[in-house]
Ligand binder design. Structure first.
Ligand code: URA
Length: 208
């Protein structure tokens, strides 16, 4: 399964700013959207385009148009919402589907409590967004839900990935490409990514 660490200088610079422990909620939120935009650019660079004729200033001109059904962007609640506007800036006509997960206290597995998918999900490319790929449990379950609904073209966009999460995704969903702004070192004993960003949801929403 392809894993792409997007090592563009702008991505590295912006992610570096996000690692500062004193960053404000406003700056963290804005940078999350900016990095999401750059990841979207990378994750869509092989989309198919086809010929289309428009009436140009000097007569008919053949231009490229994106082909196929519209994309759906799939934030995993809640932190994934922080990346949504960045993705929609570049793909304004994308449909939004959401996946809400909670941790089952008996099995400790992420379990879906809410899924709302756009129509014709089976015909769309799904871009699943979640800032942190830690153990991989949430992303794996979100992809399970999408596949159960018939979606077969799925990509994941994350700000920071841990090797443990990438490996888990490779085993569970080898067909899903992951685009990350950084591949970090490891998880700590409570499942946080090191050096990571801390709790991305709290930083985006200004909670805690
Ligand atoms: N979720 C976060 O917000 N941060 C981590 O480091 C891991 C999971």
């Amino acid at each position: 399964m392809p894993f792409f660490e997007v090592r563009h200088p702008l991505v590295r610079h912006k992610l570096g700013l996000m690692r500062d422990k004193d960053i404000s909620t406003k700056d963290f939120r804005e940078l999350t959207a900016e990095v999401a935009r750059l990841l979207t650019y990378e994750a869509t660079k092989d989309l198919e385009v086809g010929p289309h004729t428009v009436e140009g200033w000097a007569g008919p001109v053949e231009v490229d148009r994106l082909q196929g059904k519209k994309i759906t962007v799939v934030p995993i609640l809640r932190a994934g919402l922080g990346m949504m506007d960045g993705v929609l800036d570049l793909i304004p006509s994308a449909r939004v589907s959401v996946v809400g997960l909670f941790r089952n206290e008996e099995t400790l597995e992420p379990t879906a409590y809410y899924c709302k998918f756009t129509s014709q999900i089976e015909a769309r490319l799904a871009l699943v967004i979640d800032p942190m790929l830690a153990t991989g449990g949430s992303l794996i379950e979100a992809v399970n839900q999408l596949k159960q609904a018939g979606c077969s073209r799925i990509r994941a966009l994350v700000l920071v990935a841990a090797p443990e999460g990438v490996k888990a995704m490779e085993e569970a969903h080898p067909d899903v490409a992951i685009y990350a702004a950084a591949l970090d070192e490891r998880l700590n004993e409570i499942g946080y990514i090191l050096p990571g960003l801390g709790d991305a949801g709290d930083k985006i929403f200004g909670t805690k």
